[in-house]
Design a protein around this ligand. Sequence first.
Ligand code: ZN
Length: 159
Amino acid sequence: MNPGLPSLDELYREVILDHYQSPRNRGRLADPDVASAGSNPLCGDEIELSLRIRDGQVADVAFEGRGCSISQASASMMTEAIKGRPLAEVREVLGAFKRLMTERDATDVDLAALGDLEALQGVRRYPVRVKCAVLPWNVLQESLDLYRAGQARARAREE
Ligand code: ZN
């Protein structure tokens, strides 16, 4: 079976397939603080993300989804990269990964901070597949924005 993986370096392929076949943090949180979903109609990818946020940190995160190996592996890697991190750092990782995927000369990106996500940098050569890799991150972006808006509303009610 070919899960739709473009030709990438062997090592990167293995990392991506490992996340695709054994996704980390898969499922739905019972009582999330924020949840969001998105799709990439071009490829048929769907991602649903739920987050529990405590003391300004991602206390827990889970995703459901279907679609190609790139989108699902990216979601799995993303949950590993953000779990337990303060929201400010999560936004940094989000920005760094998007730059890695969309900018030709993203030399300032700290690959070590991205962990397994580094394996997706080869996807940059396939513009159509970049949308697959970035989809979970767009859903994350929306979740963070929703959460922030909710916090602002809660503060406004208190005042
Ligand atoms: Zn895809």
